[in-house]
Design a protein around this ligand. Sequence first.
Ligand code: HEM
Ligand SMILES: *[C@@H]1O[C@H](CO)[C@@H](O)[C@H](O)[C@H]1NC(C)=O
Ligand SMILES: *[C@@H]1O[C@H](CO)[C@@H](O)[C@H](O)[C@H]1NC(C)=O
Ligand SMILES: *[C@@H]1O[C@H](CO)[C@@H](O)[C@H](O)[C@H]1NC(C)=O
Ligand SMILES: *[C@@H]1O[C@H](CO)[C@@H](O)[C@H](O)[C@H]1NC(C)=O
Ligand SMILES: *[C@@H]1O[C@H](CO)[C@@H](O)[C@H](O)[C@H]1NC(C)=O
Length: 546
Amino acid sequence: MGRFMTLLICLGCLGIALGYPDGKISVACDSMLPSHGGNVAQTSVAPYIITVSNTSFIPGDKITVTIKSNSPSTTFEGFLLQARLFGGDGIAGTFTTTDSNAQILPCGAQARAAVSHNSKVSKTSITALWTASQEAGPVRFRATVLNSFSNFWIGVESDTIVALKMSNATCGSQKFCLTDPTNCSPSDNTCYFMSSSPVSTNGYVFEMSGPTPGYVAIGFSDDNKMGNDDVFICTKNSSGNILVQHGYNTGTVAPTMRNVSSAGSIVSSYKNGVLKCSFITSSNSSTLQRASGSSSYYVFLVSGPSNADGKIQKHTKVVISSHKVDLSTTTSVTTSNSGTSSVVLGHGSLMLIAWMTTGSIGMIMARYMKSAAGKPFLGKAAWFQVHFFLMILTVILTMIAFIMVFVNVAGWSGGVHPVLGCIVMILSFFQPFAALFRPDPKHERRFIFNFGHGINAFVIKVLAVAAIFLGLILVDISPNQWMPKVMGGFYAWEVLFYIILETNMHLKTKDIYKNDYKIEIVALAIFICGNLAFLVALLVGIGQSA
Ligand code: HEM
Ligand SMILES: *[C@@H]1O[C@H](CO)[C@@H](O)[C@H](O)[C@H]1NC(C)=O
Ligand SMILES: *[C@@H]1O[C@H](CO)[C@@H](O)[C@H](O)[C@H]1NC(C)=O
Ligand SMILES: *[C@@H]1O[C@H](CO)[C@@H](O)[C@H](O)[C@H]1NC(C)=O
Ligand SMILES: *[C@@H]1O[C@H](CO)[C@@H](O)[C@H](O)[C@H]1NC(C)=O
Ligand SMILES: *[C@@H]1O[C@H](CO)[C@@H](O)[C@H](O)[C@H]1NC(C)=O
């Protein structure tokens, strides 16, 4: 076996050493080295250049690639041309050619992946047409060009051409991505998206995208707080020009800015309220030079409004990676999502306590426990005292939670959850005041109060259910989003008890069985235990979302 392999390899050496005048050099796809005997590549600047017809592309676009010599007297006999993903060594896209001096080659399993000479004829230029594939990120054309058998240059490269269409297709495999919501796509108008892939020591391709009136920015920090962070900002001035800037956050104030030094083209767009920028930082001038000297950072993605001249104002949206990310690697880095700030989690916890226990039990008391808990307690019927106390507690908890999140967010982040939350807040606020001025129970118009109070309670309950549901979706960063599902289980539990108690009440009014209150009391006890179990589960989940 060993001897057989040696024989094969030697035959291979022989083949390569003799050269491939026919250009069938797929064997050299990976290294792009001609292995021409003992000859090594020239180290001087190559007398050849690669030009491209367009510096950006969207998948499916065709770009004309030309290898040409610097002067008519310099010719070349052979070449191997490929498109390589900037940042990795992956081969991108496919080629076609009508050039009589060129042919298309496969590389491994990839058909049409390279272009080469088809004879030793001396030429000064060749052209080929490259078609961008779906997943291609920034791409560089790379060639080995042979002036003669022993005189050749490797690593002749074109300018980097950038994908106009940002995509999440290679997140986790070829680039690191931070998105909100989890795993969203930058072609979705509600998606906050950033990606990074290393291109050389300290150089990166960055992409950022998000719905915003003014700017999106990415930041790299040693901690998960603002201050001492490298930031790259994509901002729009009032004439609609998009500017890319590099800066440094000195604290929680606007960062000090420098122009971004970009080795590759900046691609930017503003469509449907979504601002996008992608660019390549050069290896040195815009490095992320953190004091620690490590390449692991917390990554921020923020957006907010900007002034007429593009100067940024305080963000209205902040996404923070849940842990430090090593930007020098891209493979196997998975998307991480921001942990939620503790104020927001406090807000959520209070709302859950208010609407899963106090509010929920208080409402059950008023509807089903009137006769079971009809004995007077401190001057009024016991059910009323409990209902009154629990509902006032609910409104107070709701108000504290409401104020908490508004102070924290300091701006309207938009979405259905806050709208529903505000309506619930206003309606809940009315409920105790209206109750304060209710007519006497024996008053002829008392039914109006009863009806209005009941309807309002019902509307509040329905909206609160929806708001809490949406809120949990926002807060839940677990991959399987279990919290909204548990909440769904809780609502089913609640509906079950409404059905049981409603049926019980109905049967009693029809005198189908005797009035004893065991059923109500037992049902209430079970209901409360269940509520507490669901509540604890969700509070634990909220604790884990930090
Ligand atoms: C005019 C520019 C900016 C101002 C005035 C500003 C102001 C603030 C303030 C006052 C806070 C404290 C917490 C809060 O009130 O929500 C904060 C938090 C934060 N900022 Fe900025 N900021 C600006 C730009 C940026 C930029 C460009 C980035 C990064 C790309 C950034 C990243 C953050 C992060 C990650 C937090 C932490 C949020 C949290 O704890 O929930 N900020 N900012
Ligand atoms: C370059 O490609 C972009 C994106 O497909 C296209 O809009 C633009 O017209 C092209 N420019 C040239 C000069 O071909
Ligand atoms: C890209 O986005 C789509 C749509 O949101 C999603 O289904 C898909 O899982 C995402 N892919 C990656 C690799 O994140
Ligand atoms: C940014 O670039 C512009 C034009 O290239 C230049 O006029 C300006 O002075 C630069 N600003 C800074 C802060 O370097
Ligand atoms: C690159 O950065 C290093 C360290 O900051 C510096 O010493 C060096 O002069 C820089 N090189 C260039 C070309 O800017
Ligand atoms: C917006 O930026 C462009 C390019 O830098 C500049 O020519 C234009 O004057 C700016 N407009 C305003 C209102 O600052």
